[in-house]
Design a binder for this molecule. Structure first.
Ligand code: PMP
Length: 304
């Protein structure tokens, strides 16, 4: 169950958690018409800080634009709202879930007279992918094909596909599934981007392979370039995972999660590899305020 907090942000106001309800005839319930974000706020040596807040809010605005959903808030207003919410609830570290959706007004897929509602909640949330290293499978479900549902939008409806991937993986005894794209190339996990290392080169799937433009993905690519690790974004076949030296997931929820096996084939010796460790240490070091915030990734919040 979700651990509740005191307040939820709704269209500019902080309202009680238990009052944040919507009507069953709201558009979003019937047609999945929402766009949302997942953001982490990390504890710091003193206080707390939200990780890459403007980048997340820009992606929310981008997702809304893709779906022709007018959001009456600027990047700055959305970012300040997150800070206000986290400070009002006084809960950190935490996970923050802003969501914009088509509300109550009319039914049918052309929502001309349906108001857009914006809510934000925050709550404590620990590890997303269980254990220190994940045993994963290739899913029998493919990721959204281009020209079906836009994968650059973080939209509610996309997560029906994610649920199929994750539930199938779970039913078969894996913690997560990796989907191929419509052409059979590697895409991503149900809620994580995918990386692999081979012969000292870091590979990840390009945006053209039906992936979300992950903010953790971008952070890891930035850190790899800082360390002088060669980075390649290219389409990759499934079997590259079987012969990789290292494989890992990235995501706000998953952070940097090493992958121990794919389809029961052990990755290298089954232990997290040196490049995964170097990138994870730097990622967690910056997020937790223990290493210099070279890129201005942290927005401090005042929580007691
Ligand atoms: N892909 C999908 C489908 C996701 O849901 C997520 C989580 N938002 C990611 C990748 C990772 O993105 P990020 O690092 O921005 O959380």
């Amino acid at each position: 169950p979700i651990q509740t907090t005191s307040k939820i942000w709704h269209n500019g106001n902080l309202i009680p958690w238990e009052k944040a309800n919507i009507h069953v005839m709201s558009h979003v319930i019937h047609y999945g018409s929402s766009v949302f974000e997942g953001i982490r706020c990390y504890g710091q040596p003193s206080g707390a800080a939200v990780f890459r807040l403007p980048e997340h809010m820009q992606r929310l605005l981008d997702s809304a634009k893709i779906y022709r959903m007018p959001l009456p808030y600027s990047l700055d207003q959305l970012s300040s709202a997150v800070v206000d919410l986290v400070e009002a609830n006084g809960v950190a570290p935490c996970y923050i879930r802003p969501i914009a959706f088509r509300g109550y007004g009319e039914i049918g897929v052309n929502p001309k007279h349906v108001p857009v509602e914006v809510y934000m909640a925050n709550f404590p949330w620990g590890k997303y992918v269980a254990g220190d290293a994940a045993d994963v499978c290739i899913s029998s479900w493919q990721r959204l094909a281009p020209n079906t549902m836009p994968s650059l939008a973080k939209a509610g409806g996309n997560y029906l596909n994610s649920q199929l991937i994750r539930m199938e993986a779970d039913a078969n005894g894996y913690v997560e599934g990796i989907a191929l794209d419509v052409n059979g190339y590697l895409s991503e996990g149900s809620g994580e981007n995918l990386f692999l290392v081979r012969n000292g080169v870091l590979y990840t799937t390009p945006l053209a392979n039906s992936v979300l433009s992950g903010i953790t993905r971008d952070s890891v690519l930035t850190l790899a370039r800082h360390f002088g690790i060669p980075v390649v974004e290219q389409a990759m076949p499934r079997e590259l995972l079987y012969i990789a030296d290292e494989v890992f997931f990235t995501g706000t929820a998953a952070e940097v999660t090493p992958i121990r096996s794919v389809d029961r084939i052990i990755v290298a010796d089954g232990n997290p590899g040196p490049i995964t460790k170097q990138l994870a240490d730097e990622f967690f070091g910056i997020a937790n305020g223990l290493r210099p915030d070279r890129y201005g990734w942290l927005t401090p919040v005042n929580v007691n």
